[in-house]
Write a protein that binds this ligand. Structure first.
Ligand code: NAD
Length: 514
């Protein structure tokens, strides 16, 4: 296998000539050899930044073999030694944060501050995983029977795979691999083909931190690579984050092949604004949650549910703020919102805005004609605001994943709860109110995995777990926190005695303890 020099270190120079990006297998960059590639864009300029190799099944198997070969050595290291490598990794990510954020902005388009924020949220999972000696301590019961002890321990699953989306190219992989490798597993990551440089750089930093070759591998690709991961018997667990149709496919295919799977899907997050809410607080929360990262967040608020007589003032205030959104290159510190990730995705979002108008919703702010001077070929779209949206409309039912906020008007809290609960997605939701009763009724009755009370994007911290309900999550376990440790370990319970006690007679009935 030929080793390549690091292709991901200089994103600025790379804008002039597209780089060729391959894979990171067994501690080395390796070029792709399938003959298939995809384009990676700089969404701000619309230029091609790189050509990413799309792995064949054979190349994907090479990565799995590297992870499989590294497994016995790695699972044999102590949790303490694994944690120390993660401590060094955390320090390296912090030291290289500016460069990593630059890579994220160059391929995703989000503003630099947001890219730094995603890195911080990812690092929090690394910090959590650094506590792995404590997290793996297990349980012990003395004398479950006379002179019989019993204890439970958690052991690694084996080779784990992660398949991740474009919208958080570092944070979502960091929801997965720090805990997986801390638990003694090895890992093959298949990141999004739309912004692959940041995860490749993370692989380099893990190696610099002292991670043995083959413990963490990155294979770039599309369905062929993913299907290989799903079918290979050496993979024990698959973590997925992405859109719901793919999540459902990964869950059923992975399960069919006997793997444990956690597959997080899409979302349509509602924020309920009660008549007694602090209007300015609610409007500011909606602005950040709907238009931050150009709406390309699984926890973005895409529906504002205006309850009772707050609707007119809410829409009027939102309209002013959406019109004054500053849209431009993510590297400009004065900008609120960067471009969308690709031209195709921008066109898809534009199609939804057209559909909303055709379906009869009121387009209060129309961002479709926005042009950013000097970046006319960039994939920009201005903020869009719809009022009078109804549950039958496509713009309400489907995930748009762009800077489009829909306002639905309802008369009271019960109608708001019914509306949220009838939606097929149940990722996150929020209520803005000053009333304790309303927030309590809402949190008790709402069917979603993550709830905010006067917090628009209630992303759980690393020591809690992240996941939705309904068609936003397939599989029983959420990501990171205690669920992350459960997912990446197999439970083993031992019951034993020493042969010093009284001689045992053969027992032919179900053994019970005395
Ligand atoms: P996507 O589903 O298109 O792609 C996700 C991953 O799956 C990528 O690595 C991609 O290469 C792979 N993939 C795509 N099609 C495939 C197929 N047919 N077979 C096998 N693999 C395939 O998602 P995206 O556009 O990259 O990301 C946006 C989506 O991710 C949104 O729906 C968003 O809500 C969701 N998301 C969810 C969460 C969450 O926590 N629930 C977090 C982030 C993003």
């Amino acid at each position: 296998m030929k080793s390549e020099p690091s292709p991901v270190r200089d994103p600025v120079a790379a804008q002039a000539t597209p780089r060729d990006l391959g894979h990171f297998i067994a501690g080395r960059f390796v070029p792709g050899n399938s003959g298939r590639t995809a384009r990676v864009y700089n969404p701000t300029t619309g230029m091609v930044a790189a050509n990413i190799a799309l792995a064949s099944s054979t190349e994907t198997q090479t990565a799995i073999s590297a992870a499989d070969a590294a497994l016995p050595g790695w699972r044999g290291t102590t949790p303490l030694a694994r944690a120390r490598i993660l401590f060094r990794f955390k320090e390296l990510v912090e030291r290289n944060a500016a460069e990593l954020a630059g890579l994220i902005t160059a391929e995703h388009g989000k503003v630099l501050g947001d890219a730094r924020g995603e890195l911080t949220r990812g690092l929090e999972v690394v910090e959590f995983a650094c506590g792995i000696p404590h997290l793996l301590k297990g349980e012990f019961s003395e004398n479950v029977g006379s002179d019989v002890d019993s204890w439970s321990l958690r052991q690694p699953v084996g080779v784990c795979a992660g398949v991740t989306p474009f919208n958080f190219p570092t944070m979502v992989p960091m929801w997965m691999f720090p805990i997986a490798i801390a638990c003694g597993n090895t890992f093959v990551l298949k990141p999004s083909e739309r912004d692959p440089s940041p995860p490749l750089r993370l692989a380099e930093l893990l190696q610099e931190a002292g991670l043995p070759d083959g413990v963490f591998n990155v294979v770039n690709g599309d369905k062929e690579a993913v299907d290989t991961l799903l079918g290979d018997p050496r993979i024990g667990a698959v973590s997925f984050v992405g859109s719901t149709p793919v999540a459902e496919y990964i869950y059923s295919e992975g399960s069919r092949h006997g793997k444990r799977v956690q597959a997080l899907g899409g979302a349509k997050n509602h924020m309920v604004v009660m008549p007694d809410a602090d209007l300015e607080m609610a409007v500011s929360a909606l602005m950040g949650a709907a238009y931050g990262s150009a709406g390309e967040r699984c926890m973005a608020i895409s529906v504002a549910v205006a309850v009772g007589d707050i609707a007119d003032s809410l829409v009027a205030r939102l309209a002013e703020r959406v019109q004054s959104l500053r849209v431009g290159p993510g590297t400009d510190a004065a900008v609120d919102m960067g471009p969308l990730v690709t031209g195709n995705h921008r066109d898809k979002v534009l199609g939804y805005v057209d559909a909303g108008v055709a379906e009869g919703a009121t387009l209060v702010v129309d961002g479709r004609r926005l042009r950013v001077a000097g970046f006319e070929e960039g994939f920009f779209l201005g903020g869009c605001l719809f009022d009078d949206v109804t549950p039958e409309m496509r713009i309400y039912r489907e995930e748009i994943f762009g800077p489009v906020l829909c306002v639905v008007r309802v008369p009271d809290l019960d109608s708001a709860i019914t509306l949220v609960n009838r939606h097929e997605y149940g990722n996150g939701t929020a209520i803005f109110t000053r009333d304790g009763d309303s927030s309590r009724r809402f949190t008790q009755r709402i069917e979603a995995g993550m709830i905010g009370i006067n917090i628009p994007i209630p992303v759980p911290m690393a020591f809690h777990s992240f996941g939705g309900w309904k068609r936003s999550l397939f599989g029983p376990l959420h990501m990171h926190g205690a669920d992350g440790v459960r997912f990446y370990t197999r439970l083993k319970t031992v019951t034993g005695r020493w042969p010093t006690g009284p001689a045992q007679r053969a027992e032919f009935s179900m053994p019970t303890m005395k």
